[in-house]
Design a protein around this ligand. Structure first.
Ligand SMILES: Nc1ncnc2c1ncn2[C@@H]1O[C@H](COP(=O)(O)OP(=O)(O)OP(=O)(O)O)[C@@H](O)[C@H]1O
Length: 256
């Protein structure tokens, strides 16, 4: 679905680091992990074709993403951004409808089907009762769920989400990760930037570790999520706990 070949992301004044070559297949959930400033968002935006790579290429279904028109990309791929700040004044429903725009011809208006898809997405994210509200009045978690509902309205084959659990309470974190897993089960590819190691351990099939010096490695989640690798990644002591077949990582602090 999405293939990176010898990809070097472009971070100003930073060495090129490890060229990235990997293939995100239908049904897979990839987690990109790394400390603040490592380049996770830059990588996600490069994979989405929003940012040109310094070297190498990103192919979306065998086409170089830089050669595709933005509308062609948006018909296949949705991006959930890290910050869903204020845009134009718009209601919740109007915002969810933005997800339908890649499928609407210029000068055409949304059809009843478009409206139904957007409403279904709002319902899935428990936002139906807020559809007439202005986005500016939403809480952080509601805004995050709306960003995911808007991506869902886009019916993407590929999801790229930057910290999708941002601002969400525990129940909604599980709900959103469940929704993304459901999307993967229906044949979508999913790529997530994550800070929460436990969400990564629970939900991701593949992990890419991105170090601040540009070094990177990737592979099956259980091979990548080891205490030595993660301690080096975050420069933080960790302990690993297993419970009921699940793995959990905890930072070790000096406070007793
Ligand atoms: N236009 C720019 N000019 C200079 N440096 C930039 C520019 N844009 C981003 N950077 C730097 O690139 C680095 C990577 O940023 P990026 O947002 O990709 O990191 P991240 O891993 O997503 O971080 P976080 O976990 O904090 O969200 C950061 O050090 C950032 O300051």
């Amino acid at each position: 679905m999405l293939a990176a070949t010898d990809l070097v992301i472009d971070i100003p004044e930073r060495k090129s680091g490890t060229p990235l070559s990997f293939d995100v297949k239908a049904g897979e959930i990839w987690g990109i992990l790394g400390p603040n400033g490592a380049g996770k968002t830059t990588l996600l935006h490069t994979l989405a074709g929003l940012k040109k790579p310094r070297a190498g290429s990103v192919n979306l279904n065998n086409h170089n993403i830089q050669d595709l028109r933005r509308k062609q990309v948006a018909q296949q791929l949705a991006v959930v951004f890290q910050n869903n700040g204020e845009g134009f004044p718009a209601t919740v429903l109007e915002t969810a409808m933005i997800g339908r725009h890649p499928f609407i011809a210029p000068w055409d208006i949304e059809t009843a089907d478009d409206l139904a898809i957007a409403r279904q997405a709002l319902q899935k994210l428990e936002l139906s009762n807020l559809e007439s509200r202005l986005v500016s009045t939403l809480s952080g978690g509601e805004r995050q769920r709306l960003a995911i509902a808007t991506a869902l309205s886009q019916s993407p084959k590929l999801w790229l989400a930057d910290e999708p659990s941002n601002h969400l309470d525990l129940k909604h974190q599980v709900q959103i990760m469940g929704l993304l897993a459901e999307q993967a089960d229906t044949g979508c590819g999913v790529i997530l930037c994550l800070h929460d190691l436990n969400l990564a351990a629970h939900w991701c099939d593949k992990i890419l570790l991105l170090y601040p010096n540009g070094e990177a490695c990737w592979g099956d989640a259980n091979a990548m999520l080891t205490v030595p690798a993660l301690e080096r990644l975050y420069d933080q002591k960790l302990s690993m706990i297993s419970s009921e077949g699940q793995t959990y990582f905890m930072p070790i602090s000096s406070r007793t």
